[in-house]
Design a protein around this ligand. Structure first.
Ligand code: HEM
Length: 501
């Protein structure tokens, strides 16, 4: 794209040294941090041209709010539905159905996306339906943890072990006893192979050659999902899945396409919760003093006497949620590892504050940049501060370690909601955030109470390095997956855990 093609009212242009492909090379090389590296003038929004389109990169929370409010001409679904189509390899008929009236082009009637969106939000909002789902999830997790370490220490790859726990428990809670992983346990590896190669599948250039492993793994998962729908195994699933499948049927999707569509939800459920749990556990266990503070906080909240632990320890999710230090570590972990970009397609020329956004361009709300912004988060924005989300009642300090017994807040004082990007925002804010918070925090609390985690040599766990140059859809992965030894804590050797509401 030549300089002359840019309207002077558009956000400032950052040109690539190598025309047309320079930025693509930069993104592939540096990952999402490229968006920050090239913005040396710290523009709140800038234009980054690539081979096929203009990208407007937003890093100002104020502009983010304006983007989120404009649902008419800045469309999230135009991008996400296309990503979903490629991820699920929808056929032509299914594509027509999911794209139809997505942006109300044909009048006020609801599109499939809107109906599913509203149903998901209803089922996952705090209330009896969510409680039912969460309770089954926590019961499953208790069953799994109660079998770990009672016969002595266990050595595992921490990442794949967490993948296993969440895959089994979430699938059971959401997709029912006859979910695809219960019927075909060998598909667990396939699902995660698909997840690892998902971006190449979404890029969709001869995926059977460029992303062969993920492509074949996805095919096997598709077959199982089709079987799940055809054999009506969803009849034992949560209300959420039953309603989802009924809606998809009513819009005319075939059994095969309905099955494939579940892959995207599986990604939403597992693809974000697993890395979050992994990073949170790693952050805590690699800091012995912090680990002890969280143990003290939990034992206080649960009124546990460390000298006399009962044979069965109940860990209620609502009590865990009220533990400020653990909650602060959870939010800080999400801030630290999230790269969500909440893209939008510009449907018609749009003024965003004083900037012109041209139709056909893509707007990206770059979470990774905003989460590192010192102007928003303070001088230590680049480091992981376990106390960041703890505020004292009478000061406006962010992250004062002496205040850690006070209250935790969803955001430090002075940070606008639009600056915390881990769950997106506006009308597309992640509906699964309450479920995710309950399952992750209760799981971590139970681990911290009952288990010691060490490196195989017996040393304290080292904090794994973040792979911040890899382009994943939402959260960063570790460069290498650490091997750990999980051991019951003294006094907890045979104790049973009951995670509950
Ligand atoms: C730590 C865990 C999770 C994280 C970090 C996360 C993050 C996100 C993000 C960034 C978005 C895009 C929102 C936007 O850009 O505005 C999203 C959307 C979504 N998430 Fe999550 N998510 C998590 C867990 C879950 C779970 C457990 C579920 C389901 C039970 C779920 C269901 C969804 C759905 C259905 C959408 C699409 C929303 C729409 O259609 O408007 N997520 N999530």
């Amino acid at each position: 794209m030549k300089q002359a093609q840019i309207d002077p009212r558009e956000p400032p242009l950052i040109s690539a040294r190598i025309p047309f492909i320079g930025h693509l090379i930069g993104i592939l090389w540096y990952g999402p941090k490229y968006y920050q590296i090239i913005n040396t003038r710290e523009y709140p929004i800038y234009t980054l041209p690539t081979l096929t389109t203009r990208n407007y990169i937003v890093s100002s929370p104020t502009l983010v709010s304006l983007v989120q409010r404009n649902t008419k001409s800045l469309s999230f679904y135009s991008v996400i539905v296309e990503v979903t189509r490629r991820m699920c390899a929808f056929d032509e008929d299914a594509s027509k159905i999911i794209f139809y009236n997505m942006n109300k082009e044909h009048g006020p009637d609801n599109s499939l996306m809107t109906v599913v969106h509203d149903m998901m939000n209803k089922n996952l909002a705090p209330g009896p339906k969510l409680n039912e789902l969460t309770l089954v999830q926590l019961q499953q997790m208790s069953l799994m943890l109660n079998n770990v370490g009672i016969e002595g220490a266990v050595s595992s790859n921490l990442y794949t072990w967490i993948q296993h726990v969440f895959t089994v428990c979430n699938s059971f809670a959401i997709y029912g006893a006859e979910n695809i992983f219960a019927v075909h346990p060998e598909l667990e590896k396939d699902f995660w192979d698909f997840e690892e190669g998902m971006l190449a599948l979404v890029i969709d250039i001869y995926p059977w050659i460029t992303a062969r492993k993920a492509y074949l793994a996805r095919k096997r998962v598709f077959n199982a999902l089709t079987e799940y729908v055809k054999k009506e195994r969803y009849k034992q699933a949560s209300a959420l899945i039953q309603e989802r499948i009924a809606i998809n049927r009513s819009f005319g999707l075939s059994c095969e396409m309905i099955g494939r569509g579940e892959l995207v939800l599986y990604f939403g459920i597992l693809g974000n919760a697993v890395p979050t749990a992994f990073w949170l556990l790693s952050n805590i266990y690699s800091r012995p003093q912090l680990l002890q503070q969280i143990r003290d906080e939990l034992e206080d909240a649960l009124r546990l006497n460390p000298q006399m632990i009962p044979p069965k320890v109940t860990v209620p999710e609502h009590i865990v949620k009220a533990c400020p230090l653990l909650f602060s570590c959870y939010r800080e972990t999400l801030r630290d590892v999230s790269n969500a970009s909440s893209p939008r397609l510009v449907l018609s020329d749009t003024m965003l504050d004083k900037y012109l956004l041209k139709a056909g361009s893509i707007v990206q709300l770059q979470g990774g940049i905003m989460h590192q912004d010192k102007k928003v988060w303070g001088a230590d924005a680049a480091s992981w501060n376990p106390y960041r989300f703890i505020i004292s009642d009478n000061t406006s300090d962010i992250g004062d370690p002496d205040d850690f017994k006070r209250v935790a807040a969803a955001l430090p004082k002075g940070v606008p909601p639009s600056a915390f990007r881990s769950f997106g925002g506006g009308s597309t804010l992640c509906p699964g955030r309450h479920f995710a918070q309950s399952e992750i925090m209760t799981f971590i609390a139970s681990m911290v109470l009952a288990f010691d985690l060490q490196a195989p040599c017996g040393a304290t766990l080292k904090m794994p390095q973040k792979n911040d140059s890899s382009t994943r859809l939402a959260l960063m992965m570790p460069v290498t997956q650490p091997q750990v030894v999980m051991k019951r804590r003294i006094g907890w050797e045979t104790k049973q855990l009951e995670m509950t509401l």
